[in-house]
Design a protein around this ligand. Structure first.
Ligand SMILES: [Zn+2]
Length: 592
């Protein structure tokens, strides 16, 4: 029955010398790729409906589609054949090996070696997502949206009012706690079916690492960045104490920070508040924001977004009076692993959405770039998940650079920025506190949660211990175990053990920017506009187009000539570090 010439399988270069095991792998993967792609489309379409219009029938459809996908991806015959073929990995070409490994990673999400376990996990994940997406926050007896809470935390200078809003934002935690108790065991159980110790170990393996290697990577970041973080933290707490007319604390109370989890510290640097330039009065609309993000990519040589992006995306808040509920978390979806890319956002005319729109559309262009004939559907993904976020964050970073903001009409041509303040805002709002949240609190808590058997009666205590130890943030009031503040973070429920990616992404994005700035557009990384540079676009596309066909560290090294490292990040903020040390002279540094 071996009538199919290898030529048809798309590997003509080695057609004459194909080993029997390579032929067997090619036949197997041809089938798996086709089925994987069509089932992904069915699943994504159903999940999309459930996220953009939260209602029981959509949840049910998403659950069914999830089960169909899992039945295939987790099929025991698939697992067995992939394992069998990988025993002869030295006789297989490297992309084939990566595809087979991907088959096993996909299987780990829903292994049908244990259908009851997988079924329970899918049902509960759907329910958890629905509880989370459909939750109504209440403030002083009235419903308030997540955007509404953020607005108060952005604007209010009254600590009492802030405390109320912050407290309201934590109300969904207890509601989500019970589901999380079960989800931990179900996720761990599924990972164990594939031979991993726990769910966290499985996620680390997707980066080609063990749990210990993964944790070490993150702890190393935090060690090298600590001198800068201590200076930023000190500067911030003195500023905030002045703003709220309070004594200077040791650790910063969580409701003093604009972000509900203190993950980004926005609105603290006067004079670089770009919000003043992106609003209705300045002629910005939600539509114009999304179009500007698309134009950025076109200016560096990417094509227009496909027509279907505009037809099928859900980009703006639900209109007043419409009772439809949608997920409030911005995301970009690759529905069919081909050209059907969509984004879910709630874009409003402000700077945060200006930045977020560039981020999400960055994901979209990445998805479109690796949807090409040299990347099989199983590997239509970033080289590591962190690359997806890194690439998307690079675009948000680009939106903070004054030369780009002038070029895109956000800032007037005569706008003068104080470079240290721009750097300070950037560090606070996008990079440094974020590392202590992402690599610190989130990653360590999730490692404890999945790998460390963290007892349920210690969840909240451990959460706040890490917030204090890593971030120097403390709760405004006692947060006992009747709360579940970790569960208020979307990712903990529905995108588990994922946040570590954003921290790695932060490091990667500075490395990419450093390369573009120094070697392509020859500008300082701290004030670099690479819009209008097709060479920068070609450099990025070179990484994007390879999808997951190669190890992420190799792709990064080949593209930049440098190993993965926090070097660029530290160099970028070196001028800021010196300035902060001046400002903080004589102040009490740290929170011990
Ligand atoms: Zn993202």
């Amino acid at each position: 029955m071996r009538l199919l010439p290898a030529l048809i399988l798309g590997v003509p270069m080695i057609a004459q010398t194909l080993s029997p095991v390579q032929e067997r792998a090619d036949r197997f993967l041809k089938l798996v790729d086709a089925a994987y792609q069509s089932l992904t489309a069915v699943q994504q379409e159903a999940a999309w409906a459930a996220s953009t219009d939260v209602k029981p029938e959509h949840d049910a459809a998403a659950e069914w589609a999830g089960k169909a996908g899992a039945a295939f991806n987790g099929n025991p015959a698939l697992i067995q054949e992939a394992r069998e073929l990988l025993k002869s990995r030295s006789q297989l070409n490297p992309v084939t090996v990566r595809e087979l490994e991907r088959v096993l990673f996909n299987a780990a999400d829903g292994p049908m070696t244990n259908p009851a376990l997988t079924g329970r996990r899918i049902a509960l994940e759907t329910k958890q997502a629905s509880t989370q997406n459909g939750f109504t926050f209440m403030l002083e007896g009235k419903p308030i949206s997540a955007n509404g809470i953020d607005q108060i935390l952005n604007d209010s200078k009254d600590p009492a009012e802030r405390l109320k809003a912050w407290t309201a934002s934590k109300e969904n935690g207890p509601v989500l706690k019970e589901g999380l108790v079960q989800l931990r065991d179900l996720r761990n159980g599924c990972a164990q079916e594939l031979g991993y110790k726990d769910f966290f170990a499985l996620q680390a393996a997707k980066h080609g690492m063990t749990t210990d290697e993964m944790l070490k990577l993150h702890r190393d970041f935090l060690t090298v960045l600590k001198p800068l973080y201590l200076q930023l933290h000190t500067w911030a707490k003195y500023e905030l104490a002045k703003k709220y007319k309070q004594p200077v604390p040791k650790a910063i109370p969580a409701h003093w920070i604009n972000n509900r989890w203190s993950q980004e510290w926005t609105g603290m640097v006067e004079g670089v508040d770009f919000d003043a330039f992106v609003n209705k009065e300045k002629g910005w609309t939600s539509e114009k924001i999304v179009k500007t993000a698309e134009s950025f990519f076109q200016s560096i040589g990417f094509p227009k977004l496909p027509e279907t992006f505009w037809q099928k995306s859900d980009l703006y808040p639900v209109k007043p009076g419409d009772t439809r509920k949608k997920n409030s978390h911005a995301s970009c979806w690759h529905i069919d692993l081909d050209q059907d890319v969509r984004s879910l956002m709630n874009v409003e005319p402000n700077f945060q959405w200006f930045s977020t729109a560039h981020h999400e559309i960055g994901h979209g262009y990445y998805q479109l770039a690796y949807s090409n004939p040299s990347v099989p559907p199983l590997l239509r993904d970033s080289a590591t998940t962190a690359f997806h976020e890194g690439m998307a964050e690079l675009m948000s970073l680009a939106t903070r650079q004054v030369p780009y903001l002038k070029a895109s009409g956000v800032l007037p041509a005569d706008y003068k920025a104080d470079p240290i303040k721009v750097l300070l805002a950037e560090a606070l709002e996008t990079a440094i506190p974020f590392m202590y949240w992402g690599s610190g609190t989130m990653t360590e808590w999730e490692a404890d949660f999945y790998a460390g058997d963290l007892p349920v009666e210690q969840w909240n205590a451990r959460w706040w211990q890490y917030a204090r130890d890593f971030q120097g943030i403390e709760p405004p009031e006692l947060r006992g175990e009747e709360f579940c503040d970790a569960a208020t973070k979307t990712h903990i429920n529905t995108v588990p053990a994922y946040f570590a990616n954003y921290a790695v992404a932060t490091v990667v994005r500075f490395q990419l920017l450093d390369h573009i700035a120094k070697h392509i557009v020859h500008q300082p990384p701290q004030a670099c506009d690479f819009s209008q540079s097709p060479e920068a676009g070609a450099f990025l596309r070179g990484i994007m187009e390879r999808g997951a066909t190669e190890d992420w560290r190799t792709i990064l090294r080949e593209a930049t000539g440098e190993d993965f490292s926090a070097r660029a990040l530290i160099e970028y903020f070196a001028p800021l570090q010196r300035w902060l040390e001046e400002q903080n002279r004589g102040r009490q540094i740290g929170w011990e």
